[in-house]
Design a protein around this ligand. Structure first.
Ligand SMILES: *[C@@H]1O[C@H](CO)[C@@H](O)[C@H](O)[C@H]1NC(C)=O
Ligand SMILES: *[C@@H]1O[C@H](CO)[C@@H](O)[C@H](O)[C@H]1NC(C)=O
Ligand SMILES: *[C@@H]1O[C@H](CO)[C@@H](O)[C@H](O)[C@H]1NC(C)=O
Ligand SMILES: *[C@@H]1O[C@H](CO)[C@@H](O)[C@H](O)[C@H]1NC(C)=O
Length: 466
């Protein structure tokens, strides 16, 4: 470029200013272009995860659909009966339903007649959940919203005659709870899907006519905070057009700034690509993974959908739930706990009781859970099971076994002359000392009220430790 000399004319100066302005414009355009995601995993995986998700830590998962009517076996009822032809399903149908009764005949009995989304939202709030994920559509293909591409197989045309997805979303927002929509890509018996499958997924009839239009419809209508994708495993992500959908979701959709997605977008994407990692159902890593993850699990160990014949021993206990939660959070994960409402929209008392017990625990101990980060050590297995998290220079220690001596020994945190120790739920500072032999931290536990003793897993807050 030419330097400004005496011979520079007004005209040439004007030209230079113009070209500088043009260069700036080009840079801005380039910047905004590079801030757009391209439909490939390298670009999509580079998107920072919206922070609400990591801060939320605890969510509630709901499996609710036509399978809630037979309420037997699991939410895979249709497949187990008419796909896998499991003999016990044939016997069940033969015993309790007239000959010729089809799976579609269950749908009118999916009434949701006591479904009170406002009460549900209040229950989930009291449970301490910061997000809720509802099955908008499971592998059976029945949509819990009036999908224009699911004719006569949706909750407005058949069964409830209500928009279940929309109604729940409205009341969750009132409680300030983030809204996630589970969505199954595949539909076991959809003729278009079966056709594409027979073509080894070289055709995309089902994706273009059903899967993609429904995903876009869900996003535009309900503006979810989370899409919990599933049913991806039979076909590659190129069949599902997953990267094209996600690029639209991240660049141009009405939820582009807040939306979070999981990793189930094609045969090989689980545990690798997407927003955060689920890997397998109930998956829990041993060390802190490089990317954000979530463990999904279910209160009824045998099923995600509601079953009438649950046995008390099939239900996760309070201590199992809380220890899972702290285990997961210490490893940087979120804990998504599932329940299956009944066909009439009832959340049965044992599920309510478990959820409320989590809420009571979180109301005292949530300070060390919500918005926490993994500490440099995740757990200790000494005399007591111990887990750690950290937040704002405090270290939180969760412990599950109250020592007989009343003195809890910690080997990882290194005390300083600034160290203070508290127990969440108790205002006074606790006494501590440093073991003269191995320099471990000895904490003198307080006497507990029956309420606090009942928590069974307690939280210490350490400040000024290294
Ligand atoms: C699909 O793949 C199978 C096995 O690879 C092959 O036998 C079959 O002919 C293929 N079908 C089509 C429609 O390409
Ligand atoms: C689906 O993906 C194919 C190939 O990547 C692309 O050509 C097509 O435009 C995509 N369709 C949609 C609706 O995204
Ligand atoms: C419940 O499960 C336990 C343990 O598996 C079993 O011993 C018991 O018989 C079951 N009870 C019923 C009513 O099925
Ligand atoms: C605490 O220890 C540091 C060195 O680790 C020292 O500089 C400081 O004076 C000590 N403070 C008190 C109050 O003892």
């Amino acid at each position: 470029m030419k330097s400004l000399g005496e011979e520079t004319t007004v005209a040439s100066m004007a030209a230079m200013v113009t070209s500088a302005a043009q260069r700036l414009l080009l840079i801005l355009l380039a910047a905004s272009a590079s801030a757009r995601y391209t439909p490939d995993w390298e670009s999509l995986d580079s998107r920072p995860l919206p922070s609400w998700f990591d801060e939320a830590k605890f969510g509630i998962f709901l499996h609710w659909g036509v399978y809630s009517v037979p309420a037997w076996g699991s939410e895979w009822f249709w497949w187990n009966w008419q796909g896998a032809h499991l003999p016990n399903y044939e016997i069940f149908m033969h015993s309790y339903y007239p000959p010729g009764f089809s799976y579609a005949d269950f749908a009118p009995q999916f009434r949701a007649k006591f479904f009170d989304p406002k009460l549900w939202a209040k229950l989930f709030k009291a449970a301490g959940a910061r997000y809720v994920v509802l099955t908008s559509k499971h592998h059976e293909g029945f949509t819990n919203w009036p999908s224009p591409t699911s004719w006569n197989w949706n909750s407005m045309d058949v069964g409830p005659h209500r928009d279940l997805v929309g109604e729940l979303g409205h009341f969750l927002r009132e409680e300030n709870i983030h809204y996630g929509l589970y969505h199954s890509l595949l539909e076991w018996f959809n003729p278009l899907y079966v056709l594409d499958k027979d073509n080894n997924f070289t055709t995309q009839n089902f994706v273009m006519a059903k899967a993609l239009p429904e995903l876009v419809d869900l996003v535009n209508k309900y503006k979810p905070d989370l899409i919990w994708s599933d049913g991806e495993w039979e076909a590659p992500d190129t069949y599902w057009n997953s990267t094209e959908f996600l690029a639209w979701l991240y660049n141009d959709s009405p939820v582009k700034d807040k939306i979070v997605v999981n990793d189930r977008w094609g045969i090989d994407t689980g545990c690798k690509h997407g927003g955060y990692l689920n890997c397998k159902d109930k998956y829990k890593p041993k060390t802190v993974p490089e990317r954000k993850w979530e463990m999904c699990t279910t209160l009824d160990k045998m099923s995600w959908g509601y079953r009438e014949v649950m046995n008390n021993s099939d239900i996760l206990t309070y201590v199992e739930i809380i220890s899972d939660l702290v285990d997961v959070v210490s490893l940087g994960g979120n804990y998504l706990l599932n329940i299956g409402p009944t066909k009439d929209g009832v959340i049965i008392p044992i599920f309510q009781e478990r959820l409320l017990s989590v809420g009571r625990w979180l109301s005292i101990n949530g300070e060390g859970i919500y918005a926490s980060k993994p500490w440099r050590v995740q757990m200790e297995h000494t005399t007591s099971r111990l887990w750690f998290t950290t937040k704002q220079s405090a270290v939180y220690v969760f412990f599950a076994d109250w020592p007989m001596s009343g003195v809890l020994q910690l080997t990882s945190p290194v005390p300083t002359n600034m160290t203070t120790v508290m127990m969440l739920g108790i205002p006074e500072l606790l006494k501590w000392s440093e073991d003269s032999l191995d320099r471990s931290l000895l904490i003198y536990l307080p006497k507990l009220s029956p309420d606090l003793a009942d928590m069974k897993i307690w939280t210490l807050k350490l400040k000024g430790v290294e």
